[in-house]
Design a protein around this ligand. Structure first.
Ligand code: FPP
Length: 256
C-alpha cells in the first residue's frame, strides 16, 4: 500500500513507459465526509473534483484509456437519497464537462447495465457519447450500474443465445470470443488498477480484464486524490516486473 505523499511530493509527470489503460476504484467518499461530520453526499460531491483532475491528467499523459468505477450494481442497495444524489452528480458532470471533453479530444464511453439508470442520466450519457464519438484522444470509460460478474453473466447469455440459434458451437467459445462479448470489446486491458481508501480488494470490478493488471492501493480517500497520487501510482507501476506468467523475452514480444 502506498502512503499519502508528503508536501514535497514530486509533481513532475513520470517519464518512461506509461500504462496504456488505468482503471480506478474510487473509494472512501463516505469516510471522507464522516471525518468532517458532513453528509455522505458531500464526499461524493468532493469526489467529482478528484474525477476532473484524474481525467485531465490522464488525458495530458495521453493514455489510451481511463476507466472509473462510478456506480456498481451493488450500489443500488444504498438509501434512495444517496442514490438520487449520486445520479444528480453524474448527470451534472456529463452535462457540464462534455464541451471540455471535446476540446481535449476525449471520447466518452460507458459500460454496465445502462438501461437501469434514470432517464435523465441516460439522456445526458447518450448525448455526451454522441458529442465525443469522433474524438480520437483518450477514451474515458465510466462503469455505471456495473459489476464484473453481471458483465460476465450478460456475455454468457449472449453467447448461449448464439449457440441456441445454431450460429455458434460450444467448442468455438474461446477467451477471445468471451472478451468480444463484454460490454466494451475494443479497450486494451487495464495495465494498472488503482484503489483509494486503504481497502485492498477488487470488489467485483473488471474481473475478466484485470487478470494481469498491476494493483496499487492508496491510503487516501477518493476526494483527496490529486495528480501527485496518480504520478506516484504510475511510478510504482513502472518499478513492477510484469511477466504475464512467461519469461522476459516473451514479455517483450507480448507488449511490443
Ligand atoms: C465509493 O465511496 C464511491 C462511490 C460509490 C461513488 C463514486 C462517485 C463519484 C466519485 C462521483 C460521481 C462520479 C462521476 C464520474 C462524476 P463510498 O461511498 O463507498 O465510500 P465509503 O466506503 O467511505 O463509505
Amino acid at each position: 500500500m502506498l502512503n499519502s505523499p508528503r508536501s514535497s511530493q514530486n509533481l513532475t509527470p513520470p517519464t518512461g513507459p506509461l500504462p496504456r489503460h488505468i482503471a480506478i476504484i474510487m473509494d472512501g467518499n463516505g469516510r471522507w465526509a464522516r471525518r468532517r461530520s458532513l453528509p455522505r453526499l458531500m464526499g461524493h460531491r468532493e469526489g467529482v473534483t478528484a474525477v476532473r483532475e484524474a481525467v485531465t491528467t490522464c488525458a495530458e499523459l495521453k493514455l489510451d484509456a481511463l476507466t472509473l468505477y462510478a456506480f456498481s450494481t451493488e450500489n443500488w442497495g444504498r438509501p434512495p437519497r444517496e442514490i438520487n444524489g449520486l445520479m444528480r452528480l453524474l448527470r451534472n458532470y456529463l452535462v457540464r464537462e462534455v464541451d471540455e471533453m471535446v476540446e481535449n479530444d476525449i471520447r466518452l464511453v460507458a459500460m454496465g447495465r445502462l438501461d437501469q439508470l434514470p432517464s435523465t442520466v441516460r439522456k445526458a450519457l447518450e448525448r455526451a457519447m454522441a458529442m465525443t464519438e469522433n474524438c480520437r484522444g483518450m477514451r474515458l470509460n465510466l462503469a455505471l450500474s456495473y459489476s464484473g460478474r453481471s458483465e460476465l453473466t450478460d456475455a454468457m447469455r449472449r453467447l448461449a443465445a448464439e449457440v441456441r440459434r445454431g450460429h455458434l458451437q460450444p467448442e468455438e467459445i474461446t477467451e477471445e470470443l468471451i472478451t468480444r462479448h463484454l460490454y466494451i470489446d475494443d479497450l486494451p486491458e487495464p495495465d494498472l488498477v488503482i484503489r483509494t481508501s486503504g481497502e485492498e480488494r477488487i470488489s467485483n470490478f473488471m474481473i475478466w480484464q484485470i487478470a494481469y493488471a498491476e494493483l496499487c492501493f492508496l491510503d487516501i480517500p477518493w476526494p483527496d486524490f490529486r495528480k501527485e497520487h496518480l504520478f506516484r501510482a504510475i511510478r510504482d507501476f513502472q518499478q513492477r516486473d510484469r511477466r504475464f506468467g512467461v519469461i522476459p523475452q516473451q514479455v517483450r514480444e507480448r507488449v511490443g
